[in-house]
Design a protein around this ligand. Structure first.
Ligand SMILES: Cc1ncc(C[n+]2csc(CCOP(=O)(O)OP(=O)(O)O)c2C)c(N)n1
Length: 638
């Protein structure tokens, strides 16, 4: 039996296994996931909860001909293991290794890519439509969590699918958790379905009773079915989904392989859209993850025996600095309110939630609603602070522009996880926010160089009468002694070092790296000016032009894509001022940056001290300053 897992090279190998073997297999998959994730970190609890569901889906359907669309993809480790990636599973989330989410180039069984929530039903409906238009014959299944179901886009898809009548199966993997406890009316409704067995019992009782009556039994059973139809409006589980045009199956135990198989069998015979409601236990099979699914949603490396998550001694995270700074400000200003879209812990807002429960709002995975809701609060005199990861705010571009900026409403946007985020990869890198915020009128854009500046910027933000944003990276802050919190002058940069040969203008996470680079340049006899820009908008063009004229060379540095970012803003401003200087923008290229170790990824893009030095030297060389290169021109030949 111990080789059972190794014998599975693809979903077809599941078909001949007995129920006992499948149960053993579920245990082996769990062991593999726990072992691996304890050393790599990753989405442990979501994947442990979906093991039997994954086995059942792959045994019943014929992937990749039948298409299984996983929402987000963070619960799909068993899917990876069962679709030929067992050997590479230990490389998950590491530089050059397999992704923590699904990737079409990684496997023919990954038919859809995500990372952001709630897209599965829309994508699956598109596939079902394409299948029907092309006259093909296969099944399409979307697997979506109860957390992901709270997003507007999931409702839009249900609305469209229920009306369209194409064959489509939605499996609702309900564990009552988002990352934290799921919130909202839908979550309460699902809770009632989970806990109320009345209808299923009654349905079975009525049918079996009347069928037992000789001669008239069948006819009466049909009448009873009709009675059930009208009665169901009062008691039928899943009525919400039925009214939206789906046939509802469930709720059923998502860890019982036989029940899963039987419900998939029944549901797949029904024409049109069906919804199978499956109840699972997040973290199933690992006691610490079952007991604390929120902390084990996506832990770093942990000790399997004690369940302790390995924490390197490090300075407080930017998220927690933000969270406690906001609590301090909220003590002085009762208009300050805080909003999260299903990430109270990740954004550092749980401290605020504890201290000011009435002024804290978790709106579910609903970034668009979060922003417009903040607009409503702001229009009525409150001061909302919306804390959302940079990559998730991409969803709410129109809300930021249309609902907040056009009305010049005082909403603070706190963008966490800005820059390269590492192991979560391309869906989660927060590298587009300067670009998508810069073109929005009235928007002020800031990025602190360290946690003290973050505190100052947050104070600046809550005092500002209009839309304003600050972005800060994932992970630890600089570990500085806190200093007195002071608001900053909006649009004013800070000159950290003066030198005559080149100007390094850096923003946010790149400021200390620019300072380090300036020290290395000094050893080569090159004197650099280092400017901490602080603001992308309004840009301190006065300070930047002054140093551009003085040094004749400007290197801008940011942890963001080149197009439309901070460097673009500097180039536009220098050009508008007709200042001719040799310029270079050091930023991320117009390419997909995959997952990996953050420092390694930044190094590959020259976004560290060594890379900044290299880029500065190249700029000096191409600007004709050859004196520093005698004897060693190699690095500068580009
Ligand atoms: C648009 C968006 N917002 C936030 C997140 C962060 N996030 C990842 S998983 C998750 C919870 C999902 O809950 P659910 O769909 O119930 O799946 P579970 O993890 O419980 O299996 C959240 C909020 C995201 N991936 N996408």
């Amino acid at each position: 039996m111990s080789n059972l897992l190794k014998r599975i090279s693809g979903p077809e190998d599941l078909k001949g296994l007995s129920m006992d073997e499948l149960e053993t297999l579920a245990g082996l998959i769990r062991e593999e996931i726990i072992q691996t994730i304890s050393s790599t970190g990753g989405h442990l609890a979501p994947s442990l909860g979906a093991v039997e569901l994954t086995i059942a889906l792959h045994r019943f359907f014929d992937s990749p001909v039948d298409k299984i669309v996983w929402d987000i993809g963070h619960q799909a480790y068993a899917h990876k293991i069962l679709t030929g990636r067992l050997e590479r599973f230990h490389t998950i989330r590491q530089t050059g290794g397999i992704s923590g989410f699904l990737k079409r180039k990684e496997s023919i069984h990954d038919v859809w890519e995500a990372g952001h929530a709630s897209t599965a039903i829309s994508a699956a409906l598109g596939m079902a439509k394409a299948r029907d238009l092309q006259g093909e014959d296969y099944k399409v299944v979307a697997v979506i969590g109860d957390g992901a179901m709270t997003a507007g886009v999931a409702f839009e898809a249900l609305n469209n699918a229920g009306h369209s009548k194409n064959d489509l199966m939605v499996v609702l993997n309900d564990n009552s958790m988002s990352i934290s406890k799921n919130v909202g009316a839908l979550s309460i409704y699902l809770g009632q379905l989970r806990s109320d067995p009345t209808y299923s019992r009654m349905r079975n009782d009525i049918s079996s009773l009347v069928r037992k009556i000789p001669r008239f039994g069948d006819a009466m059973a049909n009448t009873a079915d009709k009675i059930k139809d009208s009665f169901k409006y009062l008691v039928i589980p899943g009525m919400l989904f039925e009214e939206l045009g789906f046939k509802y199956f469930g709720p059923i135990d998502g860890h019982n392989l036989a029940d899963l198989e039987s419900v998939l069998n029944s549901a797949s015979k029904v024409k049109g859209p069906v919804l199978v409601h499956v109840i699972t236990h997040k973290g199933k099979g690992y006691k610490y993850a079952e007991a604390d699914a929120a902390n084990f949603h996506g832990p770093g490396p942990f000790d399997i025996v004690s369940g302790k998550i390995v924490k390197k001694p490090a300075a407080p995270s930017y998220s927690s600095v933000f969270g406690s700074a906001l609590v301090d400000l909220a003590k002085e200003d009762q208009n300050i309110t805080a909003i999260t879209a299903a990430m109270p812990d990740g954004t550092g807002l749980s401290a605020f939630q504890k201290e000011f429960p009435d002024r804290f709002f978790d709106v579910g995975i609903a970034e668009q609603h979060a922003v417009t809701f903040a607009g409503g609060l702001a229009s009525s005199g409150l001061k909302p602070v919306v804390a959302i990861y940079s990559s998730f705010l991409q969803r709410a571009y129109d809300q930021v522009l249309h609902d907040i900026a056009l009305q010049n409403l005082p909403v603070v946007f706190a963008l966490d996880r800005a820059g390269i985020v590492g192991a979560d990869g391309e869906t989660h890198h927060g590298i587009y926010d300067f670009a998508y915020l810069r073109n929005i009128p009235n928007m002020v854009i800031m990025a602190p160089k360290d946690e003290n500046e973050l505190r100052d910027m947050l104070k600046t933000a809550v005092l500002h009468d209009g839309p304003i944003s600050l972005r800060y990276p994932r992970g630890s802050s600089q570990g500085l002694e806190p200093k007195k919190v002071e608001p900053l002058e909006i649009g004013k940069a800070e000159v950290l070092k003066e030198g005559k040969d080149i100007t390094l203008v850096a923003i946010g996470s790149m400021v200390y790296k620019a300072l380090e680079a300036a020290e290395i340049l000094k050893e080569k006899g090159i004197r650099a000016t280092v400017i901490n820009a602080r603001f992308v908008k309004p840009l301190d063009i006065e300070t930047i032009s002054h140093w551009a004229k003085k040094t004749g060379k400007v290197l801008t540095i940011e942890e963001h894509v080149k197009m439309g970012g901070f460097g673009s803003a500097v180039l536009e401003a220098l050009s508008a001022q007709k200042i001719s200087a040799s310029t270079r923008v050091l930023a991320l290229p117009d390419e997909i940056i995959e997952h990996g170790d953050t420092e390694e990824l930044l190094h590959m893009q020259d976004l560290d001290a060594e890379g900044i030095v290299k880029q500065a030297m190249e700029l000096l060389y191409s600007a004709g300053n050859k004196k520093w290169f005698r004897g060693s021109t190699k690095a500068a030949e580009k």
